[in-house]
Design a protein around this ligand. Structure first.
Ligand code: HEM
Length: 100
């Protein structure tokens, strides 16, 4: 859960409660992000050995999905619960519309 705490820490991330994926752009429009503030694959000698393949798979998956679909949230504000990972509470109303 360390990552969950750090992700919501205002001293690490501006507007921590807001979904602002642009914060990760290379020029860091919302301010610098400490390299250890987000470590989903951990760090050091016991870090995940799958990190490179997962980064590639996720990049390709996201790029291919957005090439073919527009994504639109049609639900209420999404709440989440903390388990081993975050889990949505309530319906997950994400609509995929095929792009022309
Ligand atoms: C999004 C997907 C994944 C995430 C978020 C993830 C995350 C993690 C994390 C947090 C650890 C613990 C590191 C530690 O103990 O400090 C770990 C360990 C590990 N992961 Fe992953 N992982 C992912 C996918 C994969 C894949 C695809 C593989 C295999 C190809 C893999 C293989 C391993 C192995 C073998 C370890 C143990 C490393 C060790 O203890 O030396 N992981 N992973």
């Amino acid at each position: 859960m360390v990552g969950a705490v750090s992700a919501l820490d205002e001293s690490q991330f501006a507007q921590p409660q807001d979904f602002v994926p642009d914060r990760w752009l290379q020029h860091r429009p919302l301010g610098q992000i400490h390299p250890y503030a987000s470590l989903p694959f951990s760090h050091g000698t016991r870090m995940c050995i799958g990190i490179r393949i997962m980064e590639q798979i996720l990049s390709i998956f996201i790029a291919r999905t957005l090439q073919h679909y527009n994504l639109e949230w049609r639900g209420e504000d999404l709440r989440r619960k903390h388990t081993q990972v975050f889990q949505p509470v309530g319906p997950f109303s994400l609509a995929f519309t095929e792009r022309n």
